[in-house]
Design a protein around this ligand. Structure first.
Ligand code: GRF
Length: 200
């Protein structure tokens, strides 16, 4: 059974979707640890309630690579195979990325490369796009930038606010993150430049 390490900073709904899919037998994996850089992250409490191992490693005031070395040590200790960023509000250092080549995923609430960074749904509204969505991608040391594994598209409706659009996108996030994790764990893909090509 492949072992996931979940990193989060906030609400934790993507973490919960992954945990639910594992519990329902829709994803063959286990969650080895849930790590948060914010002590107050609701996602951390949710993980604790589920009886999962949790770890709070506050990142405030710690130099990026020093912090990442602490996180990697904890992931290694638990023999984590795949790192899933689920609302983890930090850039990873080149060190972290090198330690887990093609083994770190992130989910972002836009169709990358459009609208990276914070408030992606508001960015989409402000720009006036008619479709937005979400993206699961491999993580490199740049913001929301690595090779794209999968995306889902949702319409932007005339009456949308950032909140209603975010809710429509979030539903798709919860679906495609698990699909992307399953694909990466299966190893049935190859990388051609930036393109993630599925293999039979
Ligand atoms: C999601 O919108 C995700 O795409 C982004 O941060 C948000 C995290 O939400 N990276 P949650 O904590 O998983 O509920």
């Amino acid at each position: 059974m492949k072992r996931l390490g979940i990193l989060l900073s906030g609400r934790g709904s993507n973490f919960e979707a992954i945990a639910d899919n594992i519990a329902a037998g829709r994803l063959q994996a286990s969650i080895a640890v849930v790590i948060s850089n914010r002590p107050q992250a609701p996602g951390l409490a949710l993980a604790r309630e589920r009886g999962l191992e949790t770890l709070c490693l506050p990142s405030k005031g710690i130099e990026r690579e020093v912090y990442d070395r602490m996180v990697v040590a904890e992931l290694r200790r638990r023999e984590v195979d795949l790192v899933c960023l689920a609302g983890f509000m930090r850039l990873l250092s080149a060190y972290f990325v090198r330690e887990y080549p093609l083994r770190i995923l992130n989910i972002h609430p836009s169709l990358l490369p459009s609208f990276p960074g914070l408030d992606a749904q508001q960015q989409a509204l402000d720009h006036g796009v008619k479709f937005s969505g979400c993206t699961v991608h491999f993580v490199d040391e740049h913001l929301d930038a690595g090779p794209i594994i999968t995306q889902a598209v949702v319409p932007v409706l005339d009456g949308d606010t950032a909140e209603t659009l975010a809710a429509r996108i979030l539903k798709e996030e919860h679906r495609i993150y698990t699909e992307a994790i399953a694909l990466v764990l299966s190893g049935r893909f190859r990388l051609e430049g930036r393109r993630v090509i599925r293999e039979p």
